[in-house]
Design a protein around this ligand. Sequence first.
Ligand SMILES: C[S@@+](CC[C@H](N)C(=O)[O-])C[C@H]1O[C@@H](n2cnc3c(N)ncnc32)[C@H](O)[C@@H]1O
Length: 350
Amino acid sequence: MLALELSRPGANGVHPEVATKIRTELYEERETPGAGIAAFAKAFIPSGTRIFCEEALIVVRDEARQPEVYKAVSSLPKDKQAAYWELAASSKPTKDVDWINQLRSSYDGEPDSFNAIVESHEQAWSIYETNRFSLRYPNGDYKLGIFPKSARLNHACAPNVFHRYNPRINRLTIHALKDIQPGEELNTSYIDICHPTVVRRQMLKGWGFRCQCVVCESPDDEQDYRRKQLEDIMKKVKKRESQRQLSGSNWPHKEYERSMKLIQKGVRLMNKEQMEESDTLGFLLTLATRYGLLMGQAEAAALWAASVVAIEEKCLGEDSNEHHAALVLRKTADAGGLASRTLLSSSILA
Ligand SMILES: C[S@@+](CC[C@H](N)C(=O)[O-])C[C@H]1O[C@@H](n2cnc3c(N)ncnc32)[C@H](O)[C@@H]1O
């Protein structure tokens, strides 16, 4: 299967595996019934462990279409191309045919060869759509990339690992969200999990499977209702934060109080759902800290900020921008909100 090229250690001293089948001490890849290849813990993995991190095989623009993706793959060394072609391809062909016409206009070979070229482009595209991860950069740039080890992680709506591209080390990092027992499958989430089952399943259709994780199959209506409430809360909190940004210092105290009530409810629901991800609980607690500082709740803000630091460290590691931002937030909160106005002028919604 994967044949990754040996390279010198990266910035964080990590060697890519050389084996044809990835086998690390912490996890292994193997077939799982009905869900292709998946990753399984080989040892106990404590919460917060960086299980692995890796560089992208290809990175393309958000706007890239079939020819650009195919070109990026074809430009790779042969062993890396092989690693790409071995990945799962589950997405359906697109209805877009413009790229085929464009290819044809510059093609002067045999018709049969042209059909084969189109098929290769379609296969490259399907692999890309099935396995791509987001790369967000501090300057706001957004790209998409293929990370071959991470691409073997199957989805669950109660994930036990968290993935995020770290631009500081130019790698996708995978961290344990909870203690993981030997034999347990490592699952990340492909989507925002603050939605009820019917919405999550709809969002996952593009990957061509019906999620049957413990949350989706749970007979507990209360759990589904909590996710629905979380969907509403996250939507409202984000909308209100955008309004606050627009109003600047004119946002009334009672509006902060309303947002705080929503945030507190969201945090309670997330605790029940055992969600401790950077994107969910980390997001709400960061806002709570900022609002708390402005509302003169310095003591509570310091506690929330400490939780944010812990969440970012667990999900993203000490070398992440988010962890650094959380340390600044905590410092401000510990200082009793002296710099709270500066802090509040920035948004975490971007
Ligand atoms: C990023 S790949 C994950 C690795 C993949 N299983 C493989 O064999 O390489 C995404 C694809 O894996 C499968 N998959 C991921 N999560 C799944 C799940 N919870 N249940 C069933 N299939 C899943 C789907 O076919 C999906 O399109």
